[in-house]
Design a protein around this ligand. Structure first.
Ligand code: CP
Ligand code: NVA
Length: 308
């Protein structure tokens, strides 16, 4: 059973196959063609955290493929009041064809997957957000910046950063990560990324100086300073992340015509200035829309992989 929990479980070729599938699906949609590749299939979507993009893109995506989505918040199902993860996984996977989960601890999704008889997709955990990176790479491809990319991630060492590390390490591009002191990425994930880079030729650099990271970068990206579940730390983080906002001065250091990506939701005046959001709005909202196409590609690919 192939699940989609982190990018590290996939080869470069497989990631590119998923992206190719997404490109085809997006092309079809633009010409009004809806291939019902998941007709009569159901996708259970378990949300233990909020979402705009992930929910709308998965629900719309499975519908466009001929299937149906079930939105299950932890207020509605027994998981939220103590039914074991393993029991929930066995029950849901006995009736549905795929499961998408957004949750806190990554171990929850691993336990669910271990007990599921159908593919499980990570829709964000505290550790990783791999579906977002499929959309981000699709966007890089569309804007022609995937070749010899030098990506600068400036901000919190979080689930997005970890997934950028995995993508760079697998596909073999340069990634510079700048976080404030005390907000570095998980050391074990850096070790894994460096190990994988030996094969792909990726260049991974971690630092605490955002300007050093952005200098000459062809793609600049960031994410919220306080992720879901860290709301109480927001005020402290705003102080600790001083000097890390991606603004016009910062973007001046990047390569000419550098692109700016943001997974959204964005907090203007914190991790990014309103000016930079406005200047790069076309690519940012394409990136958001690409969640739909990338995840349709992923669901079709996973379905085929699992021999159905
Ligand atoms: N980028 C992203 O995952 O957005 P949502 O939290 O709105 O799903
Ligand atoms: N790091 C953010 C990403 C939101 C899409 C969070 O986990 O809240």
């Amino acid at each position: 059973m192939r699940h989609f929990l982190t990018l590290k479980d996939f080869t470069k070729e497989e990631i590119l196959e998923i992206i190719d599938t997404a490109v085809e699906i997006k092309k079809d949609l633009r010409s009004g063609v809806y291939k019902k590749e998941l007709e009569n299939k159901t996708l259970a979507m378990i949300f233990e955290k909020s979402s705009t993009r992930t929910r709308v893109s998965f629900e719309t995506g499975i519908f466009q493929l001929g299937g149906h989505a079930l939105f299950l918040s932890n207020r509605d199902i027994h998981l939220g009041r103590g039914e074991p993860i393993a029991d929930t996984a066995k029950v849901i996977s006995s009736m549905c064809d795929m499961v998408m989960i957004r949750t806190f601890e990554h171990s929850m999704i691993e336990e669910f997957a271990a007990n599921s008889s159908v593919p499980v997709i990570n829709g964000l955990t505290d550790s990783y957000h791999p579906v977002q990176l499929l959309a981000d790479y699709l966007t890089m491809l569309e804007y022609g910046v995937e070749k010899d990319a030098v990506v600068a991630y400036v901000g919190d060492g979080n689930n997005m950063t970890h997934s950028w590390l995995m993508l760079a390490a697998k596909l073999g591009f340069e990634l510079r990560v700048a976080t404030p002191k005390g907000y570095e990425v998980d050391a074990s994930i850096i070790t894994e990324a460096l190990e994988m880079s030996k094969e792909s030729g990726a260049v991974i650099k971690v630092m605490n100086d955002p300007k050093e990271a952005i200098l000459g970068a062809t793609v600049v990206t960031t994410d919220t300073w306080a992720s879901m579940g860290q709301e109480n730390e927001k005020e402290q983080r705003i102080k600790d992340f001083k000097g890390f906002m991606v603004d016009g001065l910062m973007m001046c250091l990047a390569a000419r015509n550098a692109k700016f990506l943001h997974c959204l939701p964005a907090y203007r005046g914190q991790e990014v200035s309103a000016d930079i959001m406005n200047e790069h709005s076309e690519i940012i909202f394409n990136e958001a829309e690409n969640r739909l196409h990338a995840q349709k590609g992923l669901m079709v690919w996973l379905h085929k992989q699992n021999g159905k």
